[in-house]
Design a protein around this ligand. Structure first.
Ligand SMILES: [Zn+2]
Length: 216
């Protein structure tokens, strides 16, 4: 098995954008973007550990290289890795294929080098959702399932902890994959909101799991 208890990358991974959960039913996928960050990633890891929840961390390549100890902690805790490119260019869908390929594959290499131990990056999430058919194909060909989201908590804009929690409760019917951030600025609201959301999900009887990688 690969990193985070996931399967080794199969040939012919789908290049469509995944939203569903491996767990099926009413399972929820928690995804954490734009890290790792030395201040906030440890706090997010603490919240997840307290709730015994596994998540997907969509990391930016140079940040993974700068903080390999955080990448190793993410993997050791049983979470999964996701490639969030080198430069978080939300207009990369307008750029040449060679640029997209370098953004994706350079970040994959840096994240896997930081993780060590043969850990694999299992998903690819385009910055700002700027996927293209080419970027999806490149990711899938390298063992990374394109990963979307259904619930944007809007935590990045710091609307207040209560607003972040309310967004999850309001939009959870959209689908199972929820987007949070552990990088890109002060993430105190995210840390607090994630704690409350995980308590709420448990009260709702909703388990957490990982997004699908392979076809059912
Ligand atoms: Zn992002």
């Amino acid at each position: 098995t690969g990193a985070g208890g996931g399967p080794a990358a199969p040939a012919g991974l789908p290049d469509t954008i995944a939203h569903a959960s491996e767990g099926g039913g009413n399972t929820v996928n928690i995804t954490i973007d734009d890290g790792p960050d030395p201040r906030w990633t440890p706090q997010v890891l603490d919240v997840l550990a307290r709730h015994d929840v596994k998540a997907v961390f969509c990391m930016i390549g140079p940040q993974a290289k700068a903080h390999p100890e955080l990448v190793k902690q993410v993997v050791a805790a049983g979470h999964r890795l996701c490639d969030h490119t080198m430069n978080h260019d939300t207009t990369m869908d307008k750029k040449p294929v060679a640029y997209q390929e370098a953004q994706i594959l350079d970040a994959k290499r840096l994240i896997e080098e930081a993780a060590g131990g043969g850990a694999k990056v299992e998903y690819y999430r385009a910055p700002g959702g700027a996927f293209t058919p080419d970027s999806r194909r490149i990711a899938a060909a390298h063992g990374m399932r394109p990963l979307g989201w259904n619930v944007d908590t809007k935590d990045f804009g710091r609307p207040g902890t209560a607003a972040i929690v309310a967004a999850v409760k309001r939009e959870m019917g959209n689908g199972p994959t929820v987007l949070f951030h552990d990088g890109g600025g002060d993430r105190r609201q995210t840390v607090d909101a994630l704690d409350q959301v995980l308590t709420w999900l448990k009260d709702q009887g909703r388990p957490t799991g990982f997004p699908v990688r392979t076809a059912p």
